[in-house]
Design a protein around this ligand. Sequence first.
Ligand SMILES: [Zn+2]
Length: 98
Amino acid sequence: MDMAPGIPRNCQCGAASTVLTSTTSRDPGRKFYRCGAISGPNHLFKWVDEAHLEEFDILASRQAMMLNDLAEIKQDIVDLKNDMREIIGVIELIRTKL
Ligand SMILES: [Zn+2]
């Protein structure tokens, strides 16, 4: 089953995901996401620890993009303030000539 990275909210069948705990001898106590409706090869199964690592990478990437956006917005504000000072200067120059 092909699934998006990160924490799965839903199975591709549309059912909400649910968290269960493995009782197998290979992964005892390990939590996993599973389709909340049906257990099977075409339905969601994903280890919680792996999903959380993927989610962390997604969030770290989003944070980096947001920090970049914030730096651009700060520069835009500086540019707008400079434009406003220039416009105010022109208006004051016009007033002195009236
Ligand atoms: Zn399903």
